[in-house]
Design a protein around this ligand. Structure first.
Ligand code: FES
Length: 571
């Protein structure tokens, strides 16, 4: 691309650059552009609208607002489509396809002439995919999210996807709600366009994108259907024109210190455990490793401040009324690296100083009065945790944070579906439910199956939580005493592969350990007898690529050829 700008960037290779530009202009003039328009800085706009994606239903209006901002600032906006992923419309899982969206976005940023890009994401995997793409392409880029949906209401009770989806479904499974009641409530769970209205993965990634400095301040929490969302998009378009001229690039913004800031915000907002995987993937594109030990240390000194479901009481509209992410950043400021550059061209500290004065609210707590002292997410070690397993203790039952019980093992998702509700399942409330072969390769796609349902026969007796362990992920909207991301996964020979029914498993969250209480010589015998499950036979295309190259959770489940050699770790 050399030093070329605008329409001269990335000329198609015909072996004659003059001809390539002549032909390009001939075709784009068919769209009605003048020479003046074609001489402007070009801002590409990634349009992720899709008939399958209700979380992105407002993308057409957002594109329009971004275009308006670009034009007002003297640039030329050009929108283009990319893959769009919705959680409930992606087989086998949206995680399986995140890397495909990242590749699509990265290559379109590279292939098409643009001086900067506005990336419009929202639903869980879209924002991580776009951040990964931006990090790899290293073109000036800025994100806009579609924003959270508003809460619904059923018989006077506020409802929001998808924390309340799970709560209602659990009540239905226990027999507390009948078919018609659960269906009537289901019609109110997603009352508007936008992303899940709790601190699930989408809201978490929106907050982390702002904390990383890749979004204009104030953009994380504006509801999808408020006019302010479109004004934010317009401002983003205008800012993108300045980015096209002067940067900074994602590589200048996404530093180890910026990732450490994002990890602190993840802990303070009680965010989704999925975000740890996504941050590792974005960082890996830049040769930065997320240090699990450092993250656990951050966790011990970063209190949980934001009173939002699934760990707290409020919905995302409450965070917006409280001032959005701004009050969280202000509360955390003494512990953040305030020198980190943001997409505004100013430092994070300058943006925090420019925040409006605080007002009284009950969603974001001050550092001196947190909801929970320790970190919301704890990193576990021990012979069952392998390279690291995690637990979201802010969403767990306090009584189970130190617990030991008998293992009840499910060998796969199919095995779980076949037996979890069987009347003769040998399971007691104090048992530990183990699900394996549900990781990145084994499932494949590391589904959000870590929220193993309480066996029906126990749910009917009023059991609402049990210790559950898996190599899967969990939705950011879920809750319970659930150990996740045990890695390496069982299908790759990780420690979960060695557990047998009846083994004793001990969890000690304050001590940060997860232990399989089986003698080492017996574990060695089981390891020697273990054979890997049959996977990957006859695969072609993307499925082949995924199977052969996907990495484990601590490496962000990215493809091995996408990560750069590690040159730095998060502080
Ligand atoms: Fe899209 Fe929850 S399903 S954000």
């Amino acid at each position: 691309m050399g030093g070329s700008k605008g329409m001269r960037r990335g000329l198609t290779r015909y072996g004659d650059e003059g001809f390539a530009l002549y032909l390009r202009k001939a075709f784009i003039k068919a769209l009605g552009y003048s020479e003046d328009a074609l001489e402007r800085p070009v801002v590409g706009i990634a349009d992720t609208s899709s008939g399958y994606n209700a979380c992105h239903a407002t993308v057409p209006q957002i594109v329009e607002a971004v275009e308006r901002g670009v034009l007002m600032a003297g640039g030329l906006p050009v929108s283009f489509p990319t893959i769009s992923l919705h959680e409930s419309f992606a087989w086998p899982t949206s995680m399986y396809l995140r890397n495909l969206m990242a590749m699509d976005t990265e290559e379109m940023l590279r292939a098409q002439p643009m001086d900067a890009a506005v990336l419009i994401g929202g639903c869980d995997k879209t924002v991580p995919a776009q951040l990964m793409a931006a990090a790899s392409a290293d073109l000036p880029a800025i994100l806009v999210v579609t924003g959270p949906m508003l809460p619904g209401s059923h018989r006077g009770e506020r409802l929001g996807a998808c924390t309340d989806c799970r709560r209602l479904w659990a009540r239905f499974r226990s027999g507390e709600l009948d078919d018609s009641e659960v269906a009537a409530a289901g019609a109110q769970l997603v009352p508007t366009a936008g992303t899940c209205g709790v601190m699930g993965t989408a809201s978490t990634m929106a907050c982390l994108t702002e904390a990383l400095g890749m979004m204009l301040p104030g953009g994380a929490a504006i509801p999808a259907v408020e006019a302010a969302r479109l004004r934010h998009a317009e401002a983003t378009g205008a800012r993108a024109v300045a980015l096209a001229e002067h940067g900074p690039t994602p590589g200048q913004i996404l530093t180890p210190a910026a990732f450490a800031n994002a990890l602190r915000v993840l802990l303070a907002v009680g965010g989704s455990t999925n975000a740890l995987i996504h941050l590792a993937a974005v960082a890996g594109r830049l040769g930065i490793a997320i240090d699990y030990d450092a993250f656990d240390r951050l966790g011990r000194e970063t209190p949980f401040l934001v009173d939002l479901k699934p760990s707290g009481r409020h919905y995302m509209d409450g965070l917006h009324r409280a001032g959005g992410l701004g009050p969280v950043l202000r509360a955390l400021a003494p512990r953040l690296d305030l020198g980190c550059l943001t997409v505004t061209g100013r430092a994070l500290g300058e943006e925090i100083e420019a925040l409006p004065p605080a007002w009284e609210q009950d969603v974001v707590r001050p550092l001196a009065d947190p909801l929970h002292e320790g970190g919301a997410i704890a990193v576990l070690s021990g012979n069952l945790a392998g390279d690291g397993a995690i637990i979201k203790q802010s969403a767990a039952s306090p009584a189970l944070l130190r617990h030991s019980g008998r293992a009840v093992v499910f060998d796969s998702l199919d095995d779980l579906a076949a037996r979890i509700d069987a009347p003769d399942l040998a399971a007691e409330p104090s048992d530990v439910l183990v699900l394996r072969n549900a990781g990145p390769k084994g499932a494949p796609g590391m589904p959000e199956a870590g929220y193993i349902p309480i066996p029906r026969k126990l749910a009917e007796k009023g059991v609402t939580d049990m210790l559950r362990i898996s190599d899967a992920r969990m939705s950011g909207t879920a809750f319970g005493t659930i150990v996740l991301h045990a890695s390496p996964e069982a299908a790759a020979g990780g420690p979960l592969a060695l557990v047998e029914d009846g083994d004793t498993i001990a969890l000690d969250v304050p001590g940060r350990t997860l232990t399989l209480d089986v003698p080492e010589d017996e574990l060695a015998r089981r390891r020697a007898a273990w054979t890997p499950p049959v996977m990957g036979e006859g695969l072609t295309g993307y499925r082949r690529l995924y199977h052969d190259t996907v990495l484990q959770a601590p490496q962000g489940c990215d493809f091995d050829f996408q990560v750069r050699p590690v040159t730095a770790r998060t502080p």
